[in-house]
Design a protein around this ligand. Sequence first.
Ligand SMILES: *Cc1c(COP(=O)(O)O)cnc(C)c1O
Length: 535
Amino acid sequence: MSPTLSQKYLSTRGGSYGLSFEDVVLKGLASDGGLFIPEEIPALPSNWETEWRDLSFEELAFQVLSLYISSAEIPSEDLKDIIRRSYSTFRHAERTPVVELDPKRNLYLLELFMGPTFAFKDVALQFLGNLFEYFLVRKNQGKEGKDRHHLTVIGATSGDTGSAAIYGLRGKKDVSIFILFPTGKVSPIQQAQMTTVLDANVHNLTVEGSFDDCQDIVKALFADADLNSTHNVAAVNSINWARILAQMTYYFYAYFSLIKSPSYKAGSPVRFVVPSGNFGDILAGWFAKSMGLPAEKLVIATNENDILDRFFRTNGQYSKTAQAGGVKETHSPAMDILVSSNFERLLWFLAFQADGSSSAEEKRKHACEAVSGWLTQLKTSGSFNVSEAVLNGAKVEFESERVSDEDTIETIRSTYRSCFPPNLGPGSAKSSKTGGYIVDPHTAVGVAASLRSIQRNPAASHISLSTAHPAKFASAVDLALRDEDGYSFPEVLPQEFVGLEQRESRVTPVSGNVSWEVVREIVKAEVEQELQGLR
Ligand SMILES: *Cc1c(COP(=O)(O)O)cnc(C)c1O
């Protein structure tokens, strides 16, 4: 496989081929229900390890993204500018710094929470927001009023996606953003992060129901012919390809940070450990590895919603019905999912690689058929089984760990007691009295999984991904640390969060007779008002 200058995209279910990057970014989800993937995974240039080693985060992002976005589609200077603007809002000069969490165990933490909403989703959504704007500005050159292409972005959130998407799109021209969240089920800080953004193009809907109800409404809106005929609807959920793409950068960045670190033992194999829900974050790592990044394994860390962990432990059965009682509410709510949407993308590539056909075209066709079949089974009977070849393909690249709520709290506590990273920059959370490092519950799931992997592989170097700042998930952190020496929550609170919940906010309640048709009418009315300048 070689870098192609005209990267094209297809749907995992075979319904569309030969799409451009712009098509897949603006559409989000394929019309056959599949997810968009590149036709080819580009290989790294032969001299990447020396040439890229000392690049800044933005320079590295440009190199990685250029392998997937042809310069005929986005000229290099424009892509550089989009990248520069996307990460200038980050609070740390390195954007995604690596800290030495426990040098004795070769355990490093990749801090991904330096963006405006303090969670890893900013890395992708700041970029996606700027991409949307770039494409729209280009489409709308010389157009006025009703002729202008207007995008209506709709998403459901259990917390982090919503605020990151809102910060990525606030104030952008020709885009409205609607975020649906379940009333009373997102943390107060998360809710305030969304509803205190008062830009006219930002629309928050608080929906009486669960996160799944919100998700179902969004899916119904995407499938609705009426809304699609009057509005260009677009998705920001982690199914958007641009999000996966943007996340690849930090795997490279972390790798270089690690091997340049004085504490790194030359030749030690590198493992990435990723707290996973929808499988978007770790899938970016898999693309990086497939391109040639020397990672020995990717370790999936799930909470008690463990469909991914069960896949490995039950010999390739992917089942949403095996988990009695449906989705569990855990201390790591951003990972509370029943099925991991992005797993479909991995399965496609594994099916492709396992297929014995001689032509790439045949292999593609078979992979699409396999994926369509599995996803249909999942829908009709709640589960499916992959072949041994596909399972073995997954095992070559991945391991998995399931971390209970109890382990999560215990890990927040043990990390605080025993980890004092020597190279901490500003923006991390630690006790000013003891220096103990404070992880959020999602990050703790990853650290717990890392410690297990370290026991089996003591010579490896582990990079555990830190996906959120602990202040976002105060109740779990407080539960773990309230009796600890030197801990006080207010000290952990970033300046940006102080007084946030008291600020002016705006949100539209959807209660009583909740249905997707009701939401559709709200969307139409609010877009109309916004376009007339009434907001
Ligand atoms: C979204 C999220 C995750 C899970 O990432 P996926 O890409 O869905 O696997 C983990 N931690 C936090 C804090 C998140 O917001």
